[in-house]
Design a protein around this ligand. Structure first.
Ligand code: NAP
Length: 275
C-alpha cells in the first residue's frame, strides 16, 4: 500500500490546543499539509498555529467544543471554505473522569461520553460525506491504553475509550472500499496537560503522573503517530508494556487482574482522597 502523502492536503485536528494534538499538527506541517486547528481555548490554539507556521505550513484556527454538534459542523465547513478540501480528521480531543464508581454521578458520565465518544462521532460523521465522495482520506482516533483494560477508579474514561475501539474497528472495515483509513492510537503515559486536567469528585490527582512514570514527550508521541498514519497503519499501541497488555490481557482474566492491581499501585502514588 502506498504511503499517504500529506503535501497540499487538509488536516483538521480536534484537541489541537495542547499536547498530542498540537505537536501532531507540527508533524503534519513538516510534511506540507495545511492545518485547521480546533479546541476551545483560543490563545492556546493561536500558539499551536504559530508552531505549525514555523514549519512553513499554513495553519488556521477554528475554535469548537466537540460536545456541540453544530460547532463541529461549522469546523468542517470552515476547513472546506478556508482550504478548499478535507483529507484527514484527527480526532484527539479528550479528558479523563477519575474516581470510585459509587462517587461518579451520571452527569459526570455524560460529560465523559460527550467529549470522548460523541465528540469523536460528530467529527467522524461531519467529515464522512466529503471523504467518501473523494474516495480517499484518513481518520486518526486518539484512544488510550485504558481502552484495552478496564482500570480501577477509571470506569468512565475506560468505557469511553473501549467504545471507540469497537467503533474504529468496525468503521475501518466498512470504509475500506472507499479507500479511507482509520488509525486507532493507544498512548500510554505521555507528558501533557492530560493528568492535571482530570476531573474527580473524590481524589486530587497529581498532574506529574505521566512525567514521573517515565512517559514520553508529546513531541515524540506526535512523531510516532504521524509516521504510522503516513504508512497507513491500522493501529499504534505505545510502549512494549502497552502491546503486551493489549494482546495478553484479553486472553486471561487472571493476567488482567494483575494488570489492574499494578495500575492501582501506580495510581496510589499520585492520588490523594478529597474526604
Ligand atoms: N497524556 C496521556 O498520558 C494520554 C494517555 C492516553 C490517551 N491520551 C489521550 O490523548 C488525547 C489528547 O490528550 P493529551 O494527552 O494531549 O492531553 P491535553 O494536553 O490535556 O489535550 C487535550 C485536548 O483536548 C481538548 N479538549 C478537551 N475537551 C474538549 C472539548 N469539550 N471540546 C474541544 N476540545 C476539547 C483540549 O482543548 P481545549 O481545552 O482548548 O478545549 C486539548 O487540546 C486525549 O484523547 C487523551 O484521552 C492521553
Amino acid at each position: 500500500m502506498s504511503r499517504f502523502d500529506y503535501k497540499g492536503k487538509t488536516v483538521v485536528i480536534t484537541g489541537a490546543s495542547s499536547g498530542i494534538g498540537a505537536y501532531s499538527a507540527v508533524e503534519f506541517g513538516k510534511r506540507g499539509a495545511r492545518l485547521v486547528l480546533s479546541g476551545r481555548k483560543l490563545d492556546a490554539l493561536n500558539q499551536a498555529a504559530e508552531l505549525v507556521r514555523a514549519t512553513g505550513a499554513e495553519a488556521y484556527v477554528v475554535p469548537a467544543d466537540v460536545t456541540r454538534q453544530e460547532e463541529v459542523k461549522t469546523l468542517v465547513n470552515k476547513a472546506l471554505d478556508l482550504t478548499g478540501r478535507l483529507d484527514v480528521m484527527f480526532l484527539g480531543a479528550g479528558f479523563g473522569v477519575f474516581g470510585r464508581i459509587d462517587h461518579i454521578s451520571l452527569e459526570l458520565w455524560r460529560r465523559q461520553m460527550d467529549v470522548n465518544f460523541w465528540g469523536v462521532l460528530y467529527g467522524f460523521y461531519e467529515a464522512l460525506p466529503h471523504l467518501m465522495k473523494q474516495k480517499s482520506g484518513q481518520y486518526i482516533i486518539i484512544n488510550s491504553g485504558s481502552g484495552r483494560l478496564g482500570l480501577p477508579l477509571f470506569a468512565p474514561y475506560c468505557a469511553s475509550k473501549f467504545a471507540l475501539v469497537g467503533f474504529a474497528d468496525s468503521a475501518r472495515y466498512d470504509l475500506r472500499e472507499f479507500n479511507i483509513d482509520v488509525l486507532s492510537v493507544y498512548p500510554a503515559f505521555v507528558v501533557t496537560k492530560f493528568h492535571a486536567s482530570i476531573v474527580s469528585p473524590d481524589f486530587e490527582v497529581d498532574g506529574r503522573m505521566a512525567a514521573d512514570m517515565g512517559g514520553i514527550s508529546a513531541e515524540q508521541a506526535a512523531k510516532d503517530i504521524v509516521i504510522h498514519a503516513e504508512k497507513r497503519k491500522k493501529e499504534l499501541i505505545f510502549s512494549a508494556g502497552g502491546k503486551f497488555a493489549a494482546r495478553l490481557f484479553p486472553m486471561s482474566m487472571a493476567l488482567a487482574e494483575l494488570g489492574r492491581k499494578g495500575s492501582m499501585a501506580v495510581f496510589k502514588k499520585f492520588i490523594k482522597p478529597k474526604f
